[in-house]
Design a protein around this ligand. Sequence first.
Ligand code: FMN
Length: 680
Amino acid sequence: MKPKPNTILFITSFIPVVVFKVVARVGDATLAQAKVATVVGLILAGIQFALSKKFLKHTTYLEKAFLGFLGVGTAWVYLAPTHLSSLLVDHSTTLLYFVLFLTTLIPQIFGYDPFTYAIAKQMAPERVWNTPQFRTINLHLTYFWSIIFFANFISSGLGHGKPLFSILIPLLIVFGIGLPVVKLYPNYYLKRQFTPQPIDPSFSPGTAKELILRMPMGFRPEGAGDLNAEIQFDLSGEGGGKLALSISEGTCTVREGEALSPALTIISPADLWLKIARREINPAHALMNGLYKVKGDMNLLMKMGELFHHPTKTRKEDLTQKGEKKMKILAIQGSPRPKASNTEILLREFLKGAQSQGAETETIYLKDKDIHSCVGCYTCWAKTPGICIFKDDMPELLEKVRDCDILVYATPLYNFNMTALLKAFQERLLPLLDPHLVKSGDVYRHPQRYEINRKMVLISTCGFPEISHFDGLRHVFRHIERNGGVPIIGELLMPAGELLKQEGLREHIQGVLQAAYRAGVEVIRDQRVSQETESEIKKPLVAPDAMAEMANLWWDSHLVGITQGKPTQGKIEDMRLLLRGMAATFNVQVAGDLRATIQFEVTGKQTGDWFFSVENGKCTYHEGKVDSPTLAIKTPSEVWLAIANREMDGQQAFMEGKYAATGDMSLLMRLRSLFGSQKS
Ligand SMILES: Cc1cc2nc3c(=O)[nH]c(=O)nc-3n(C[C@H](O)[C@H](O)[C@H](O)COP(=O)(O)O)c2cc1C
């Protein structure tokens, strides 16, 4: 192998000082010899300097240091008085080490390239000179050499110029420690910076082109700051192509073709770039070894890790205690009244159940988000594939949707369908689909733009008591399931959802909440909600007729409040509604063949007479008075309402005479078990 000019010139750069020492004779030189030696050394150093300039276009600090040392030395031995000039003769080697020590330290202090930079430039290809790694490695090595030269200076100084201390030990240090470290350190440093990581299974672009088209989805505006730049990818081979990535005002877009004035151009084989993106190959190493080329701003290349999320990172917190990957649930809550939402009550229990199985959950309240309606421009399909024109909250949400394992849609039923909030959100999912029509079974559909393994859960409550009201919503979701290829693994549909806030139905509600919790457990444990659990939630809390009557009573009693815009939720405030609710929650299993009439004579703020008639396993509610009731209760409305709302203990109130009862007192004792226990 023919040696390169830079290697030859590096070796020859030592000749002037070696010749100087040989001519001057080590240790016991006379002034006359020293005069000849410095001149010869100076001439040789000048020739070396000129050759480097001519063939390499630059000189090293080593050459400059030798030239300076021999230049000053020559002047010194010729011009200084004899007793002083002999100082150089006696201590020339020690002085040379000191000059070298200063040469390694001073340049970077004044902002010049570090000592080893020029030599490293002679050894390494030009494309890596501007990389931060190149600079850092050189800085480390420069400080390392200053230690080496300082050690030699001390050795030579303490040894009074004796050859063992001024030549042998320093040479041992330079060749035994210095040069091996210079050889090994760059690779060691690069390896330490890069550790191959297992790839996230959800990140599986088949080609480099697909990978780059996806890059805007992983863009981190916080990493970009106010950066405006275009990056051109020129990827050769299968799965490659020319792609222009543009970063401007906190957004990132990509298109096929050539950028007008790219700040950075990456020229690489497509398969190599895919491996680099998957962190199977060290990018800095590959660049230094010429496997790919880069033109333009190297700092931009080095900043790419900050500009884009890395898909291969599996964070420790993403793993369960068993080391399995945590399931990520993203719940999209579409109620316009998120804090007072019936649907939210079910959703929360569901998420608690899922969390109990180690799932990580996040709820997005669409009411709090800025989501522009889709305008149907199809820019996200044609001009900027995968990227919408609107820079509202949606781009961030799209990332979350792509990132989750289970997407939960929680919506109240509005006009037999989802709410407008959720509809707007779903329309804006368009960038995640590919525009092409692909036949699947007997229908055409749009395939997903990105490979996914997502599942879906639907949670909804409605006002009416029959489950059939959800038919439209379910139908829509069946289409969404088929078109997107995202299976629905659970439907939590609860009719008469407003009953979830009725205190009087607490025990019935508990059953529904437990089922919702169980659904969350099942979704993670079994990957789908069981039919029994779904049925438990679907089952009406009270019979539809009773629910309708209760609802009507509620509306009657709240009409004034409603028009003032403030109905109170969750507390029973109306005597008629309370009693109607009690009748609706009559427990036939506990009642058996009971025949009885129970009269309520209510005084106080809501005066009135109402009675229950129990026979044939049924309890009916009536206004007015019944003759000879089995049990008669005389109570102020405030007392009975307080007992129903659990603000007052029923038995204690009776003892304290807050209400009175006559007739069958055992029936009074049975009231709590007869009304408001298990869901029938
Ligand atoms: C504008 C509007 C439309 C509604 N449409 C229906 C409907 O079509 N069918 C139904 O049963 N309930 C309907 N409801 C009632 C809600 O679905 C029901 O109250 C639900 O439990 C509210 O859920 P939320 O508290 O989570 O918002 C509608 C309510 C509103 C305000």
